[in-house]
Design a protein around this ligand. Structure first.
Ligand SMILES: [Zn+2]
Length: 428
């Protein structure tokens, strides 16, 4: 293979500060509202007598309004600010998280990428779904909003794509270029649940928001393709997404049946529970077998307890009588029945519209309202949980991925094309 340059950026692992917001009280003219955090240690918000809001940071005084505005720190990091109305009507100033970006590669490429950050704006690694979910961007469409909160969310998504992909725009691609964007996942978590809404108007607005998010990704990709004319483009995801109807707390069901006990932190206590749903949230259900540190059940007792707990969980149904649990599997994905339980551990396969949580709060019901609208925690076979992949080659041959493939198969497909490319250009 011919030599190529390498340019890579790493920012998602180096978050300096989280997103945040501050409410501006009526009549607060002239006063300074502290708005400091580790990313902006001396920041205050000031409202001038004419009503104009300013962010004051160091020597700078930056006017704020209803658009995302980039603000850099002296250390060369930056974040995004804007004003809007909270769902409760209060005027708020919102700011994004902040990241330390790091580029590696050949000096000229790194310098060019670094310099272009000033043009594209501070790296935004997160679409701020948590702020949207809690009403900071205004009333969501599912709660009777007009769509303005979704506009703010989509504006942030555009910044995510621009600041993640922009610095690579003028970089030499080499044999392989990999671009990552969290936007489809972020927007999906917030809106996918509304695609099943009872109200057809809400459904159609939700489709519109999701379509606009995918168009942002398409436009970003089209830009990269136009500039670089790659031979092959592969679009890949690691999962699909299904709407969530309920959160479900398996440990509450297990506690009510006498299997699990809570600890002081409101979680299942591994030193006091016969069977509990593990905090890792991977679906793991454990019996306290002697093989575990501190475990006390012998082999027969552990097997019996696990089988009984599986049966109890299978019996947990929602208000429509639909069970939370689809089935059980061992670590290799083979189906396991409560009639023939393994010795001490089994994986719970939940229904795709149930979001399991491992905590065990006192006096709580096992069923709750969904926290996020869509998720992909476990896979009960719902086709919406599958990822879809596209491979398109320009001027050579086409290939579609209509059949179901494992997401790890993408690596093999990439290698296959790289080998073909190398043979074709005579460099093997
Ligand atoms: Zn996700």
């Amino acid at each position: 293979m011919p030599h190529s340059t390498l340019l890579a950026s790493d920012a998602l692992n180096a978050r300096v500060a989280d997103e945040g917001w501050v409410a501006i009280p009526e009549g607060s003219t002239g006063s300074e509202l502290p708005f400091a955090d580790p990313g902006s240690p001396d920041a205050v918000v000031v409202r001038r007598p004419d009503g104009q809001l300013f962010l004051v940071q160091g020597e700078e005084s930056i006017p704020l309004d209803g658009r995302w505005r980039s603000v850099w720190t002296e250390e060369g990091q930056g974040r995004w600010y804007r004003t809007n109305r909270h769902a409760d009507g209060t005027l708020v100033v919102v700011r994004s998280g902040m990241w330390r970006t790091r580029f590696v590669g050949q000096v000229a490429d790194v310098e060019r990428a670094r310099a272009s950050e000033g043009y594209f704006g501070p790296f935004l690694g997160d679409g701020m779904g948590a702020l949207y979910r809690s009403g900071v961007f205004g009333k969501r469409i599912g709660d009777g909003g007009t769509g303005e909160a979704e506009d703010i969310l989509l504006d942030a998504a555009e910044i995510v794509i621009r600041t993640m992909w922009g610095p690579f725009e003028n970089a030499p691609l080499g044999e392989l270029a990999v671009y990552y964007a969290p936007v489809a996942d972020d927007i999906g978590h917030e809106l996918v649940g509304l695609l099943d809404a009872q109200d057809p108007d809400i459904q159609s607005v939700a489709w519109d928001v999701i379509r606009r998010a995918y168009r942002l990704l398409d436009d970003g990709l089209a830009h990269i393709i136009e500039r670089n004319s790659p031979d092959v483009v592969i679009i890949s995801a690691d999962h699909g997404m299904a709407p969530i109807r309920h959160t479900f707390l398996p440990n509450v069901v297990l506690r009510d049946a006498g299997f699990a006990r809570s600890d002081a932190a409101g979680e299942a206590d591994p030193n006091a529970s016969d069977v509990w749903y593990h905090v890792a949230g991977t679906g793991l259900l454990l019996a306290n077998h002697r093989g575990l540190s501190g475990g006390w059940l012998d082999e027969a007792e552990a097997r019996t307890a696990l089988g009984a707990a599986m049966r109890i969980l299978l019996g947990a149904v929602d208000e429509r009588g639909v069970p939370a649990v689809h089935s059980f599997a061992d670590a290799h994905g083979n189906s396991v029945s409560p009639a023939d339980p393994p010795r001490d551990e089994v994986y719970v396969v939940f229904r795709s519209d149930v979001l399991p949580r491992a905590d065990l709060p006192e006096a709580s019901s096992a069923w709750g309202a969904p926290l996020r609208s869509g998720a992909h925690v476990t896979n009960d076979g719902d086709p919406r949980l599958r990822a879809t992949y596209t491979v398109s080659t320009i001027g050579r041959h086409e290939r579609s991925m209509e059949h179901h493939i494992e997401n790890t198969d993408i690596v093999g497909i990439v290698y296959e094309y790289l080998r073909e490319e190398a043979a074709w250009s005579g460099s093997l």
